[in-house]
Design a protein around this ligand. Structure first.
Ligand SMILES: [Zn+2]
Length: 70
């Protein structure tokens, strides 16, 4: 039996790793186990984003609220 592997560049840390053909991941084993402890990158980004975090953004929100109220 032949084991087919592909040389891949990990999208997590950029290291080179061998991927078995049956495996469709893009992360090396170290990153994969690391990612298992965290939620998906998308949900992490969304959670880290704060609404109205700067004066300019706050002014924009206030203007929008004022425009909608009147
Ligand atoms: Zn990696």
């Amino acid at each position: 039996m032949e084991l087919r592997v592909q040389l891949k560049v990990c999208e997590g840390c950029g290291c080179l790793w061998y991927r078995a053909q049956s495996n469709d991941g893009v992360y090396c084993h170290a990153c994969k186990s690391k990612l298992r402890e965290f939620p998906a990158p998308e949900s992490r980004k969304r959670r880290g984003r704060r609404p109205a975090r700067g004066p300019a953004l706050r002014a924009w929100v206030t203007a929008e609220e004022a425009g909608g109220a009147r």
